[in-house]
Design a protein around this ligand. Sequence first.
Ligand SMILES: Cc1ncc(COP(=O)(O)O)c(C=O)c1O
Length: 384
Amino acid sequence: MIFMDNAAGSLPKAPGVGRAMLDFINKGSGNIARGGYDLAYSAAKQVLEVRIALADFLGVDDPRRMVFTPGTTWSLNMAILGLVRPGEKVVATSMEHNAAARPLKSLEKQGVSVAYAPCDKEGCTDIAALDRLLTPEVRCLVMTMASNVCGSLQPVKEAGRLCRKRGIFFIVDAAQTAGMVPIDMGKSGIDALAFSGHKALMGPQGIGGLALSEAIGKELSPLITGGTGSRSDSLHMPGFFPDKLEPGTLNLPGIMGLGVAVDFVRQNFDEIQARHRRQCKLMAELLGDIPGARLIGPKGGRGRAAIFSLDFEGQDNGRAAYILEKEYGILTRCGLHCAPLAHEALGTAPQGTVRFSPGFFTTFEEIEKTAQAVRAVAGRVGHE
Ligand SMILES: Cc1ncc(COP(=O)(O)O)c(C=O)c1O
């Protein structure tokens, strides 16, 4: 099997992730802030260590504002719906995943105006157009860091500067970049950074985070309220972090697994980045000019994440993906990738594309085999 769907979730996970989760469950799993005994304190200490490691890795100035969530979707909903009020204006990009586009659509129904900045034909947001849309009354900009459809990296630093200058909150979807490209929230002017643990961070599914600046942290209303094990005398959520946005029992086994994954990524980050650059270059070279398989988005290996989308011209993309799996053992993802806006912008709606996303453990030989299989499948058109 050649696993080319790391954008949906990395496979394999970082070494030791499964073991850490199992050990936590089997060898004693106290619940944090819910018990006055050592088992609970030990779990709390471990969770704090993971919080600190993530905050350090992502450039969050205070680890208390590194809130655990089930993943990017929850984080984006918490940031967008917790911030924006009826009558306000929001700007987003045309590369957004439904994790952002759907909460924005629900806000539109409540009288919020949402404008989408266009992108160029390679899927990169037009910064001049964004500049014009970011008028001072805009409440926030929502931007994905890399398109999950075609891998295009977005101009996050420039956008962050524009937001800072105009007092606009900046919410960033790092689902496809956390663990793959360096992120410094503070330096990039990001107020809310949403990420998942199970993609490039190589951790388990169902755990991720929302990292917040102090300014946006004060403005956000909790979407979900409940017990926090703190200020239990009050019927209101505590105003301090992380409790303000962490009601209920956390996914502690997930946090233990994510902790091991983050340590692995941090220890190997130079190699991860170097490998990622080489993979992007090779994939762009090998998949870039296959007759009958049109590469969507950035044509080269630079300015992109290792996510490559092909449109098998004259064929059903779903069938091409099926043949790749059944005849060549190559696992891809086909369709609209939960990002219909991006496909519309890239001209690949409604048919979608077949997406190839290597991960840290993908070998160069696997990439070469994938390219050979794509060439064979693309060449079948009209011959059957
Ligand atoms: C760009 C982007 N945003 C958000 C998400 C949603 O992530 P999750 O399913 O972990 O909430 C994904 C997942 O594929 C994604 O690629």
